[in-house]
Every structure is written in C-alpha cells, then in structure tokens.
Design a protein around this ligand. Sequence first.
Ligand code: XUL
Length: 511
Amino acid sequence: MGSAVSGSLYLGLDCSTQSVTALIIDAARRLVVFRDSIPFDAAFPVFGTVDGVLPPSSPDVVHAPPLMWKTALHAMFERMAASGVDLRQLRAISGSAQQHGSVYCGEHPHILTRSTAPIWMDSSTGRECGEIESALGGAQAVADLTGSRAYPRFTGPQIRKFAREEPNAYAATARIHLISSWLASLLIGRHGPVDHADASGMNLMDLRTRTWSATALSATAPELARKLPPLVRSDAVIGALHESWQTRFDMPAVPVVAWSGDNPCSLIGTGVLREGQLAVSLGTSDTIFAAMAAPRVSADGTGHVFASPTGEYMGITVFRNGALARKRVRDQFALDWDGFSVALRSTDAGNRGAMTLPWLEPEITPIVPRAMPLSIGLEGAQASGHVRAIVEAQMLALATHSAWMGVTPRTIYATGGSAANRDILQVMADVFNADVAQSSQTDSAALGAAIRALQADTGVSWQEAVDGFLPADDAYRLKPVAAHVAVYETARPAYAALEAEGLSRLTVARP
Ligand code: XUL
C-alpha cells in the first residue's frame, strides 16, 4: 500500500497515435521535472504496428491493438519509477488520449471482447454516418444535437458498424470505452466514466445537457445505453490509483482525474482559455482549435464543437494529412528534417504559383474518401518546391477551414512535434497574418493533462493553473512578413479552387 498523498507533483500521460508520453510537473516550483516518450513501433514490434496502427486490411480501415497501449502504459510507469523522481510526492494523475477510438470490454476493463480498436484515422463508416443522419433528421440536426455532423471516425458510427458486422461480439460487450476512459479504468482497476470533452467526439452526447442522447443512442446500436460508461465533468476524480500500481511502483493512493481527449488536453496545455484565443497542433493529425464561451456549430460541416475541460466549449477542425504527409514528402526526396527546413528557407512564399493538395491519404477536412494527389506547376520541380508546396497547402487548408470559428487571432499558439520547426511556423504566421507563439515544449496534450490534474486537485482558476508553464517571453514568437501575407491573400482563393477541382475529380459518397 502506498503512503499518504503529500507532495506537489502532478502526472500527465498522453497516449497518442504513435507514442505514449509522460510529463510530471512540480506545482510549487512551476517546473517540468520528468518527461519521456515511448514510440510504439520501435518499442513494441511484437504488435506489428506501422506509425502506431495495424497494417490495414483496406485503406479506409484503421485499427490499433489496445494491448499495445496497455503495455506502453506499464513501460512508462517503469521508466518513471527508475527515473529518480520521487513518485511518492505525486498528488494526482490525469491523462490524454487520441480521440474517437473505441475499446470493447467485458465486465472488467482487462477483458477485451474485440482485440483491435478502430481509431480516428478510420474512414470506413460512410454508410453508418448516412444511416444515423437520416434517423436523426439530417446532418445539421446531428450537428445541432451533438456538436458535429456524423463523421466516419466518430465513435457512434464505429459502434454501429461493429454491431452490424459482429453482432455476437457486440452482444458480449459489457462496456464500450473511449481510449481515454479505458486507460483511466486500467489505473483505477475498474470501469470508469467518460469525460464530457472526449465524449463530444462520439456523436452520442447531447452537447448542451452533457447527457447521453437517447435518440442518438437508439439511432446507433441496440442496448447501447447499458454499454456506455457514465458521463462526468472533465475535472472529476474518478477513483484512486489501484493497489496493484501502488505496490508495483511504490506510489501513493493518488486520485485519478478523468482522462480526456488529446485536443481538449492541448487546449489547456497551450493556455487557450478565453474566447478569441486559438491554437494549432501539428501532430499525426493537424488540428486547429479555439476556446468558445457558447457552442457555435459549424454551418459548412467542416468543424466540430466539443465540451472543453474548463466547462465551456471549444471549436475544432481536424486534418488527417499532417505529420505523416510531411514525412512522406521528406522521405520521397531523401531529406532529413534539417534538409526540409533548408528547402523551406530557400524557396519563395507562394512557391511561384506552384501548389498541391495535401491529400496523400484519405482526408477528414474536407471529406476525401481516398488519396487524391493533385498539383499545379510542380512538374519537374526540385525537392524544395515540393516541400514548400505541402507545407503551404496544409497551412492554407488550416486557414480556410477554420473560418467558421469566427476567430481572427492576433497570436496563434503552436504545439505538436512539427511545431519545433520554426520554418514551418513562419509559413503559418504568413498565411494567417498572425504572430505564432512557439511552445517551449511540444507536448501540450501531456502538459494539459498534468495541469488538469493540478487544477482538479487544488481548485485554483484555470489561469492560475497554467501560469508559469507556458512560454511567457517573445523569444519564441514568430511575426508575419508583410510581403508574404500579401502573397498568401492571393493564394487562398487559388487553393480553394484547387480543392474544388480535387473534389470534383472524386466520386464523393457524402457531401
Ligand atoms: C480529433 C482527431 C485527432 C485525434 C488525434 O478529432 O480525430 O486529432 O484526436 O489524436
């Protein structure tokens, strides 16, 4: 049994698409005292993942093994225990996970009724999305109710597909978790609840009442109400760290605060607390999110409104072709990341009119069901032209598809692995005509989880909770260059036209 809780340390974990990260903050000294990350492919080759996912049986089916995440969680606790940080000083734990993915369990979280979990990159539920939207009165009705129209990666459509394709395994499932609530359940040793913020990515919760919507549940799958965990506020303590973890890692019986999705955690980890503030996360997915005082649902269908961990709301738009698309272009021309940066620095803003679509894989925003490579002016271009084209396309897409949030930021808070690259951030500053504040560290999801644990434990205001953990000085700030801003004002309609051309070349199943 662990000793009483006494110190000032808070642990934030993040189980993302490609790795698990842990960050321990010292609330008294406002310091990060531990940070480590374990990449799934390299550390656990036995699971056979590539970039954190199982080789797909078809391009639109993307699953990952939950047992890999569980193994990674144990491995991370081992590293923390061996690190020299006194884990007996921990006061609370919270966590973050990639959103939308679902884990299917029996009566106990250790029992799985499905060996794989569909994750956010899965786009195989177009049929189910259509069925759910028809049952609920159309796409806009679903958006008004749940914050988003039915999206293929959202958990409800995924559950519907599982119930249809594997009715026996579905019937044997006692509990359906999000990845966040499943990992939290493993820590407390029993099935725990789902927090409001991550539940917003399921097409199952009434966003305004923050309760499961009976009509959405019955439009999705039979007996669903019995299989879903209860809902809780994101700052709820859901239990104490189970004895097995305490004994094995010499840890106290610390409270476990509800885990949440990586984007809601990043909202906290970037300090985006007030309406008008906006952040961009450049990770496996590129996401752009803003704090919202009241839910403003996207009319053009490209965005989502989630409950935010602060109890308010957040608007978010998500792109699937993020870091892996950048890496693909880098590898295609045998560059390293330094070479990628040199390519950006040695080319002109606007790429002399050359342009590409970033749809190297199916895309979420806009919905593009299969890869659709389309470029203009890149024939015979050098590597540097291709590098600039992919980065400019991603930034133009971020700007175009976040207009619905109605936020004209003066400063964008940048996070995620690629935010370490200042040449990419300069393109962001120029396209958005805004300052870009570069995080002093890029793990805003893990940091946000640690800060959520601190806030829930102490009850301080959100501003007090984040103070001292975010970059305060101008050293990390990039400014837009006026001449480049002018170039991108012209590039924006050209990019919109290229998108329209790309979409018209596809037989898009759903608008
Ligand atoms: C959010 C989304 C992705 C995942 C990535 O809606 O699909 O950002 O959360 O981890």
